[in-house]
Design a protein around this ligand. Structure first.
Ligand code: FAD
Length: 361
């Protein structure tokens, strides 16, 4: 007999989990969420992401396994499914010795290494010759990565899910138990709930995980083309600011970032920070404006998203909450896309464990 599953959340975590679970026989998947692809909201991180594949996980850990398992599916989309809005782009990581010990450099530790664990996962990993580096950059690596146009990719995930029989509904839950109430699943009784609520897992009744906090990311989206993705180990404007450039697939514009302001829920763009973001981007990547100033950037919009950062990393775990069987997949921080398939795979394994003939919940 088929099992009825409600997935709370339609960000990249909820949608990837729904897609992979819908490929298994015997599950009737219903996605219920306050925000859906097409929305732009401060409680909804996924549309704001760059989004690229640039692992910041530490080799040998679960997050590195999730990132590693995600490269193949993303590369397959870039190679074989242009309609998903994912394309290959070269990615350069610049390192400045003076950033050692800063928040960004610490967060990026493995990424800044000249021999990171993912050097064998992505194509064309190489150390760039010193002679090719811009003034102020002490070392750099490069590799082939992908950049995802989230405005195409999130709806594409919905379409793939719909084709597999997944149903969707707008719903806002105060408590996780509401996801099992009468009418919560179009087929009746709910056998299992998957919690993909991102940052809002900190507020959802029955979960209220106080270890999930926002890391505020402010961006400027421009029409200019960078030609490649660039990222640097730090800025001269403070520990919680960052500098990166990535051009999205299929006319999605170029994302200029950014910031990593932990604990800030501020939804409105800070105009001064926006100026610093643009100045740093143009300095790091003169190709954006043919060597000219920021007045030559053609702005599409300013934006702010909140990365759902969780102490201890993404929570992928089974739990009984009252008499409800729950599998969690939330708290991916700044890595929700690049770890999405690995995380969703592990979540689906836990769903199978919980609902299978030898249920261990
Ligand atoms: P969300 O996208 O926030 O989705 C949460 C879902 O849960 C929503 O549908 C919401 O409505 C729903 N929900 C929550 N609470 C409730 C409730 N009570 N009732 C009903 N529904 C509820 N990651 C990368 O891998 N690469 C990048 O380059 C990258 N760049 C980034 C740049 C920026 C500026 C930002 C902000 C993030 C970036 N990220 C990147 C991180 C990535 O965006 C997140 O990790 C990811 O989007 C988190 O997805 P999620 O599905 O867990 O959460």
């Amino acid at each position: 007999m088929s099992k009825n599953i409600v997935i709370i959340g339609a960000g990249v975590a909820g949608l990837t989990t729904a897609l992979l679970a819908s490929k298994k026989p015997g599950y009737k998947i219903h996605v219920a969420a306050k925000h859906m692809p097409g929305d732009y909201d401060i409680e909804y991180a996924s549309p704001w992401a760059g989004a690229n594949y640039m692992p910041v996980s530490v080799g040998g850990t679960r997050p590195a396994k999730w990132d590693s398992e995600t490269w193949g599916p993303l590369a397959d989309l870039a190679q074989n499914h242009p309609e998903a809005g994912v394309h290959f782009q070269e990615c350069e990581i610049h390192s400045r010795t003076k950033d050692l010990g800063s928040a960004t450099a610490t967060w990026f530790a493995d990424l800044l290494s000249s021999n990171p664990w993912f050097a064998k996962v992505v194509p064309n990993f190489r150390v760039l010759p010193k002679s090719s580096l811009s003034p102020g950059v002490d070392s750099a690596t490069a590799f082939t990565s992908v950049c995802i146009n989230t405005a195409i990719y999130l709806p594409w995930l919905v379409s793939q899910c719909l084709a597999n029989g997944v149903t969707f509904q707008r719903a806002t839950f105060g408590h996780i138990r509401e996801a099992t109430a009468a009418g919560a699943h179009p087929r009746g009784h709910v056998d299992l709930v998957v919690n993909c609520t991102g940052l809002m897992a900190s507020k959802l009744g029955g979960v209220q995980d106080a270890t999930v906090v926002p890391a505020r990311g402010q961006i400027v989206i421009v029409r200019n083309d960078a030609g490649k993705m660039l990222d640097v180990s730090g800025t001269d404007d403070g520990d919680d600011e960052a500098c990166y450039v990535m051009t999205r697939a299929a006319g999605g514009g170029t994302i200029l970032g950014g910031s990593y302001q932990k604990g800030s829920w501020e939804s409105q763009p800070d105009p001064n920070l926006a100026i610093r973001i643009m100045k740093r981007a143009v300095a790091m990547c003169p190709a954006l404006t043919n060597g000219k100033g920021i007045e030559h950037l053609d702005i599409i919009r300013h934006g702010v998203g909140l990365r759902p950062v969780r102490e201890g990393g993404t929570r992928i775990e089974k739990e009984m909450i009252g008499d409800i069987c729950v599998v969690h997949n939330y708290g991916a921080g700044g890595a929700g896309y690049q770890s999405s398939y690995g995380c969703a795979n592990e979540t689906v394994n836990l769903i199978e464990e919980a609902l299978g003939p030898r249920s261990r919940l």
